[in-house]
Design a protein around this ligand. Structure first.
Ligand code: SF4
Ligand code: FES
Length: 380
């Protein structure tokens, strides 16, 4: 047999074809500091303290490297990103290097002067979190007194300045009855888009799952409410919806696929294939202090671990949907099965599918589920 037939290494052309596509989006968690104490927070249990945060120049380098790598969208998030003193300087740099910038904020503590400075620095879009449609629920969910009033004022200030506004409402048992009111508030605020995003149970939210899990009939009602409002508000408000996957038959394609479209950088500089990836503790996450973004995206061990389909086991391995959902969510697989390479148990083909649905139904059926634990920057 010739040497060529024995050699399974790809040719340079094959290697180039096998190479993953560059990413489109970067979620920059510039700080974990936050005035809100949301019960559904998906940030990790252990937050990065201020002393570990990347400095201004390092974040600027990260944004420049992101553009070189192919990133188009920058989502500047946290925590509350505006808690950083240098947020305007970071925003200006991101805009100057050509990124489309989305500020993800609670709106709390953002003065009109700071908002003007951020817009002047090149902020293209603002995404405001919404915990409820009135003061009582906003305070109950987010643990911040007077939050609704301040968010309302912030939303109006954004719209008055002509910056496109998206509201992001994380839905769970404590606020699911307010979905129709939240839709009306989004219209009243002048938002262009509303995200009705049912809680994903990672990080702090997993800790509060028993208090947050909605009943299936409430979820079904919400689906109907969203569909009706979408039709009625065509041309006024776009409504995106993510429904709770514990009640689904098939899992979601999480984050567009592991190491496929987007990645995150934590306040301390770890580069993650997804926002919750640090829950998979056996992975080796490279840091922007030691490696370029390009090295990490293409060759970082955390990115190659679950990219594509090569890591799959049965039933995913021989499943006709494996290129559709890439086996679902790795973080959820770990949280629910103890194995990040298992089939996401929300999938009907997982041996755990039935028990996950039953567990959700049981949790949602408890009349007095107890008090959810509030997040707190120091509580992690
Ligand atoms: Fe997706 Fe795996 Fe379920 Fe198939 S078995 S639908 S690939 S999660
Ligand atoms: Fe990490 Fe889904 S949240 S892969």
């Amino acid at each position: 047999m010739s040497e060529t037939l024995l050699d399974h290494r790809p040719t340079p052309d094959q290697a180039a074809a096998l190479r993953p596509q560059p990413p489109l989006g970067l979620l920059a968690e510039v700080t974990h500091r936050c005035p809100m104490r949301c019960t559904y927070c998906s940030n990790p249990l252990q937050l990065d303290p201020k002393s570990m945060e990347l400095d201004t120049d390092t974040w600027k380098r990260v944004f420049s490297e992101a553009v070189e790598l192919g990133v188009i969208h920058l989502h500047m998030s946290g925590g509350e990103p505006t808690a950083r003193r240098d947020i305007v300087e970071l925003m200006r740099h991101a805009a100057e290097v050509g990124l489309y910038t989305n500020l993800i904020t609670s709106g709390i503590g953002v003065s009109e002067e700071k908002l003007d400075a951020l817009i002047d620095a090149g902020c293209d879009h603002i995404q405001l979190s919404m915990q409820g449609a009135d003061e009582a629920i906003t305070e109950r969910v987010g643990g911040y007194k007077g939050g609704f009033e301040r968010k309302q004022a912030f939303a109006r200030a954004v719209v008055e300045r002509g910056v496109p506004l998206t509201l992001n409402a994380v839905i769970h048992r404590m606020n699911i009855h307010q979905v129709p009111d939240m839709i009306e508030k989004a219209v009243a605020f002048g938002a262009k888009r509303l995200e009705i995003a049912h809680t994903q149970y990672y990080g702090w939210a997993l800790k509060n799952r028993a208090q947050l899990m909605p009943a299936r009939e409430d979820v079904d009602r919400t689906i109907h409410e969203v569909e009706t409002a979408r039709e009625r508000l065509k041309g006024t408000l776009v409504i995106d919806a993510v429904f709770p996957d514990y009640y689904a038959r098939y899992p979601k394609l999480c984050n567009g696929g592991w190491g496929t479209r987007t990645f995150s950088v934590t306040p301390a500089g770890k580069v993650l294939p997804c926002h919750a990836a640090e829950t998979i503790t056996h992975l080796d996450f490279w840091n922007v202090r030691d490696h370029s973004l390009a090295e990490t995206w293409y060759d970082g061990p955390a990115f190659t671990a679950y990219r594509g389909t090569g890591w799959m086991k049965e039933p995913c391995l021989s499943c006709e949907r494996k290129h559709v959902d890439l086996g679902g969510c790795r973080c959820q697989a770990l949280a629910l099965t103890g194995d990040a390479a298992a089939t996401d148990p929300v999938c009907v083909k997982s041996p755990l599918h039935e028990s996950i649905g039953e567990m959700a139904t049981m949790e949602a059926a408890v009349a007095e589920p107890g008090t959810a634990t509030y997040r707190g920057f120091r509580a992690g």
